[in-house]
Ligand binder design. Structure first.
Ligand SMILES: NC(=O)c1ccc[n+]([C@@H]2O[C@H](COP(=O)([O-])OP(=O)(O)OC[C@H]3O[C@@H](n4cnc5c(N)ncnc54)[C@H](OP(=O)(O)O)[C@@H]3O)[C@@H](O)[C@H]2O)c1
Length: 325
């Protein structure tokens, strides 16, 4: 393709599924030209084709974001094609379930390669380009697990806390360097209806399910689009996702006791799972944007959530009043 200088260009990693795919459609509707990246080129080509129906240009670049060279090449191809890019969305990630001691070291490391070093490589390429052109927005899709931890997801939680910290550190460097037209935003969704749970690496011996409340990938995509227009440091998707962070700050010990029970009850199915490394090392065959976890009306989890919240608040108040005596 010949080099053209077009208005708005966005690069999205992990665009072959879930939130990345929904973001591609949402940005295409807003007139962005797109550079879509993931390992499954055939699926990416289908997404690019659908995006082009909005009258924009979209290219698919096969990329393994756990490899820094691949990410650097992705940036070069985007610049060679469009002359620049305004937005880079670091989104490609894997999830893995299992007791810490049951997780193989190479699985833990591979998850960190993709979920953290993949984002680091994206940030390195994007911030260099933004500095060269004088503007740009880096959007890191982290997770509510970048704010509170959960049991049996140690590698994922560690990666998302790290991504959140990376974002805050980079923002402060940009302020110090007076780079006021360059932004770094962190998105922290709760549970989203995508195939990430079916694709998860799993050493739990119990099948995984999406833990309610479940939001649509379009809702997260809408937040990402709004950040391209009005960048903010951190955005949680779904008000309910702020509650665990507030409770954790109120009483870490009580929150962890309650939340570990909530996760054990609502994140796993009764049936056993076949252990495996999911889509950590190679992509899955599952080529749908959604996971089929759309929220069924369930008062059970609301009740459970209310009990954890009330208990944490009451115990924290009692502890506080004892401490004052
Ligand atoms: N779904 C949720 O409940 C939820 C909640 C909070 C945060 N998030 C975050 O949202 C982001 C998107 O997740 P999702 O739910 O949309 O997951 P998803 O549907 O499983 O999509 C993951 C995407 O990442 C790509 N990917 C995985 N490993 C890759 C690698 N090594 N190189 C390049 N691409 C890779 C996958 O494509 P290929 O397999 O084709 O490479 C796919 O396009 C992730 O950062 C996730 O942590 C999700």
């Amino acid at each position: 393709m010949e080099q053209t200088i077009t208005d708005k260009v966005a690069v999205i990693t992990g665009a072959s599924s879930g939130i990345g795919e929904a973001t591609a459609y949402a940005l295409a509707k807003k007139g962005f030209n797109l550079v879509l990246a993931a390992r499954r080129n055939d699926v990416l080509e289908d997404v690019a084709k659908k995006c082009r129906k909005e009258g924009i240009q979209a290219i698919a670049i096969k990329t393994d974001t756990s490899k820094a060279d691949d990410v650097a090449r992705l940036s070069e191809k985007a610049i060679n094609t469009f002359g620049h890019y305004d937005v880079w969305v670091n989104n490609a990630s894997n999830i893995m379930y299992g007791r810490f001691l049951d997780i193989k070291d190479e699985e833990f490391r591979q998850l960190i390669e993709t979920n953290l070093f993949g984002y680091v490589a994206g940030a390195r390429a994007a911030l260099q380009q933004f500095q060269n052109q004088g503007h740009g927005t880096l959007i890191n899709v982290a997770s509510a697990y970048g704010g509170v931890a959960a049991p049996y997801s140690s590698a994922y939680v560690a990666s998302k806390f790290a991504v959140r910290g990376l974002g805050s550190a980079l923002r402060q460097e940009l302020i110090a360097d007076r780079q006021h037209n360059i932004h770094v935003c962190t998105v922290m969704p709760g549970t989203v209806d995508t195939p990430i749970y079916q694709n998860a690496a799993n050493r739990m011996e119990r099948a995984v399910k999406a833990m309610p409340p479940v939001f649509s990938p379009e809702r997260v995509a809408g937040v990402i689009v709004s950040l391209t227009e009005h960048p903010k440091p951190e955005v949680s998707v779904g008000r309910s996702m702020r509650v665990p962070m507030i409770l954790f700050n109120l009483s870490p010990r009580l929150f962890e006791a309650g939340f570990s029970k909530y996760v054990a009850k609502f994140n796993y199915q009764d049936q056993p799972s076949v252990p495996g490394s999911g889509n950590l090392f190679k992509p899955s065959d599952n080529a749908s944007m959604r996971g089929g976890w759309a929220m069924k009306r369930s008062l059970k989890f609301v009740g459970f959530g209310v009990v954890i919240t009330a208990t944490t608040v009451i115990m924290a108040i009692l502890k506080g009043s004892k401490g004052r005596k």
